[in-house]
Ligand binder design. Structure first.
Ligand SMILES: *Cc1c(COP(=O)(O)O)cnc(C)c1O
Length: 461
């Protein structure tokens, strides 16, 4: 599939696309591999020893590391191993639910631990934590909410102050920054990272492997050796452990600083704009109405809830979109989420193409906005532009032959076999054939006449 939603880490599309190095490692690990054997001594070794070494090397602030199935597993294991039936102290402002339905309070209490909520939704002071910590405390938990911000009259103690309080009272401080960043990311100055939280004095950090790290689905546990050890030795650890494929992909991800997520994050707006203009110009010359427009991309699908998606589809009258059709939607959302996103560029097409693109080969998911189908290029690797061009052309050809009745007959429930597919000859990005004229001089001549137009002012040519 091609993710042209502009949502870099889309829950519905499997979050991080893996790097070529990670894909190669997956292939190698698919056969027989040394997941629990030390090849030097010939003895049984710690599971995933080389992946753990790579993780420890990537985060020198962590005295010890462990890897589990996902971040939710890391949290549950922390609760079981460090709190047991005792209390987890957490601010009322951090009792999160994520867009994909993970409810933190219910997850934590499912282990038998009790929550000791402190403060209020918008304000929690150091004193609130100090009053709550006692003999019944398992640990204090700090969570970075991924999907909302509390603005206005707000108070939360600095992480370093909370860490000092916890250290003084002898209780661990567990931190969940969520994003999967191991170090500060220049493109996202407000996003917390594991190393910074550890250097602030957080005892144990849990985070995701398949978000901004750009790796496979897994939960990373980083921090104090005695705490990591308690997690590793807990009986639940076996039930939450990762397979050899995950370990191989994680190790390869950590071994290279380069991956599709990082490239998407750091792509220059001017370069995205250039790609959008090139694509739109090529499509117009091939007879498909298209415009290059400015756009906003976002990191995660977390701030975009189902109501917003359904509402967007209904309000904008998109074809074959929205929760009402069940299953895959062309995502749209309220402006609030997108306005805080990363500057991007998109190719705007007729909204009626969205359903054909979704059913194309490869399947292309865009965003239906302002009556247009936007293909946001920040979430598309540049080497897929020719594939994208060919797929749009094929979808336009299909939609041109379809009558209005045919269009409305398409729904998410239509079996794929009955839907006309785009015969682009595309099988694999490495073996694709670029569409005719793609490399030709005419398709590449600078911006089209509509260059610089904004989404609000878009007119299809
Ligand atoms: C994404 C996220 C989670 C859930 O992580 P999974 O790896 O999907 O289990 C938990 N906490 C925070 C803060 C997150 O951002």
């Amino acid at each position: 599939m091609i993710n042209a939603t502009g949502i870099l880490l889309h829950d519905g599309l499997g979050r991080a696309p893996l790097s070529p190095a990670a894909r190669t490692a997956l292939d190698a690990a698919a056969g027989t591999c040394d997941v629990e054997v030390d090849l030097v001594t010939g003895r049984r070794g710690r599971r995933g020893r080389t992946a753990m070494t790579a993780l420890a090397a990537a985060v020198p602030m962590a005295r010890s590391v462990h890897v589990v199935n996902n971040n939710a597993a890391a949290l549950i294991l922390s609760a079981a191993a460090l709190a047991g039936r005792r209390e987890i102290v957490i601010s009322r402002g951090e009792l999160i639910e994520t867009a994909d339905g993970l409810r933190l309070p219910e997850l934590l209490t499912s282990t038998g631990a009790r929550l000791r909520e402190v403060g209020a939704t918008n304000r929690t002071t150091l004193g609130d934590y100090a009053d709550a910590i006692g003999p019944g405390t398992g640990f204090v938990l700090r969570v970075h909410p991924p999907s909302y911000r509390v603005v206005g009259l707000t108070t939360a103690p600095a992480l370093a102050d909370l860490a000092e309080l916890c250290a003084g009272r002898g209780v661990p401080l567990v931190g969940d920054p969520g994003s999967g960043l191991l170090h500060p990311e220049p493109a996202l100055p407000d996003e917390p990272d594991a190393s910074t939280w550890l250097s602030c004095g957080v005892s144990l950090v849990t985070t995701c492997g398949d978000k901004l790290l750009g790796g496979p689905q897994c939960g990373l546990v980083l921090g104090r050796a005695d705490l990591v050890d308690r997690l590793r030795r807990h009986p639940l650890a076996r039930a939450l452990r990762v397979g050899k494929l995950t370990l191989a992909a994680l190790e390869a991800t950590l071994g290279t600083g380069d991956n599709p997520v990082r490239r998407s994050l750091r792509a220059e707006p001017a370069e995205l704009r250039h790609r959008a203009e090139r694509l739109a110009s090529w499509l117009r010359q091939s007879g498909v109405p298209a415009s290059a427009v400015t756009s906003r991309a976002v990191v995660g699908s977390d701030g975009i809830d189902d109501t917003a998606r359904a509402g967007a589809a209904v309000r904008r009258g998109a074809v074959g979109t929205g929760a009402g059709h069940g299953g895959h939607t062309v995502y749209g959302s309220g402006p609030d989420v997108w306005e805080s996103g990363l500057p991007s560029a998109a190719v705007a097409l007729d909204a009626a193409l969205a359903a054909f693109l979704r059913r194309g080969r490869p399947s292309v998911l865009g965003r239906v906005e302002q009556g247009c189908c936007l293909l946001d290029l920040r979430s598309v690797p540049p080497d897929l532009d020719p594939v994208l061009a060919a797929t749009v052309l094929a979808a336009a050809a299909e939609s041109g032959t379809a009558t209005a009745g045919d269009l409305h007959a398409l729904s998410a429930d239509t079996p794929a076999s009955t839907v006309p597919s785009a015969a682009t000859g595309w099988t694999d990005p490495a073996r694709r054939e670029d569409p005719a004229g793609w490399e030709g001089p005419t398709g590449w001549e600078g911006p089209g006449a509509d260059a610089g137009s904004d989404v609000d002012a878009v007119t299809l040519q």
